[in-house]
Design a protein around this ligand. Structure first.
Ligand code: NAP
Length: 308
């Protein structure tokens, strides 16, 4: 492996511009070689329309970051793996569980690194929360992930289509933190509110428990205007922990904890480079399993049509 890693980016949209390109541009571990996007583009590097065109044009690529919606990721990921490239998957890693399993096996056989990224796990409060909770008995957990879809996802039709996951697109970030800081848990019931003109839920109410019977309740809602809420509250025998602002802030018994600045995507790209160096992969399906279980086990309620 030459250093820096020669990387290409696929799907130049919101998250590619907001996070991937700035981080790749400032990390000593990477050189951006090219981008592939049907409508987006970037000055200063070769632009291709599709991943196969980029693979054909850039013979010395070593890695790709895939920033398309989940429904579009499998074919690109498989082609990149088969071409011998290390692959960084945006979250969620796919539109189905089975397709991600196939990618994992393909990466193992081809000897490349596959990274299913969960950016919220790299929020600064998450590791300190894990450390504090690991020594304590948990009594209950409540998760509130409530935001304004019109503000965060204007004009994104894929998010409302099958495989787009609706409110689970942000909600899976909460699940990625919860599965990291809590003992294993499972879904016991759910209600999914689906706009009558859409395929995916605008809100979800989820009940989980674990082998100790701990109640875990999550509410995801995309209809929240005004202040936005991304909170996980954990009651223990020893006090209350609250992760808020998506993991960027942490209080224990009401006392603010000092945290490093937010650098979630820098953390993701550092991790991807470390995986490549050590010849390993990191594909944790647990957040996607819980989302899939909600679609499998949840009751569906039709609610008012949603228009942008
Ligand atoms: P986006 O801007 O709507 O889409 C990203 C790019 O993917 C688009 O510019 C488009 O590029 C390509 N694309 C869109 N629909 C496609 C389709 N049906 N088939 C093939 N390519 C398609 O979405 P985004 O907000 O960046 O989100 C992309 C992924 O990142 C999602 O999985 C999301 O959960 C994750 N993510 C997003 C955010 C965020 O703040 N938005 C944060 C963290 C993670 P071309 O048309 O030019 O090919």
């Amino acid at each position: 492996m030459t250093h820096p890693i020669r990387i290409g980016l696929v799907g130049v949209g919101k998250i590619a511009r907001d996070q991937h390109l700035p981080v790749i541009g400032t990390s000593p571990d990477y050189t951006l070689v090219a981008v592939a996007s049907r409508h987006g583009g970037l000055d200063g590097v070769p632009n291709y329309r599709t991943l196969p065109e980029m693979l054909a044009g850039e013979g010395d690529l070593q890695a790709v970051g895939l920033c398309q919606p989940p429904q579009a990721r499998f074919a690109a990921a498989l082609a990149a793996i088969e071409a011998g490239l290390h692959v960084f998957l945006e979250k969620p890693p796919g539109a189905t569980l089975a397709e991600v399993g196939i990618l994992s096996e393909a990466a193992r056989r081809r000897g490349v690194s596959l990274f299913a990224s969960w950016h919220s796990r790299f929020a600064p409060g998450v590791e300190p929360a894990l450390q504090w909770l690991s020594a304590r008995r948990i009594r209950s957990v409540s998760i509130a992930w409530m935001e304004d879809v019109r503000h965060w996802h204007p004009g994104q039709d894929w998010i409302w289509e099958s495989g787009g996951m609706g409110v689970f697109d942000p909600g899976i970030n909460a699940l990625s933190i919860a599965t990291h800081i809590l003992p294993p848990f499972f879904l016991t019931g759910a209600t999914l509110e689906v706009p009558e003109n859409r395929q995916a839920p605008i809100a979800a109410d989820l009940r989980f428990t674990d082998s100790a019977g701990t109640p875990i309740h999550a509410v995801f809602d995309w209809r929240q205007t005004g202040p936005q809420t991304w909170d996980i509250r954990v009651e223990t025998e020893d006090g209350t922990l609250v992760l808020s602002r998506g993991g960027a802030a942490l209080t224990i018994d009401g006392r603010d904890q000092t945290l490093p600045p937010e650098a979630d995507y820098r953390g993701l790209y550092d991790r991807f480079a470390a995986l490549i160096r050590s010849g390993a992969s990191d594909v944790d399906l647990n957040p996607l399993i819980h989302a899939a279980d909600a679609f499998l086990r949840g009751e569906r309620r039709s609610v008012a049509a949603f228009t942008d």
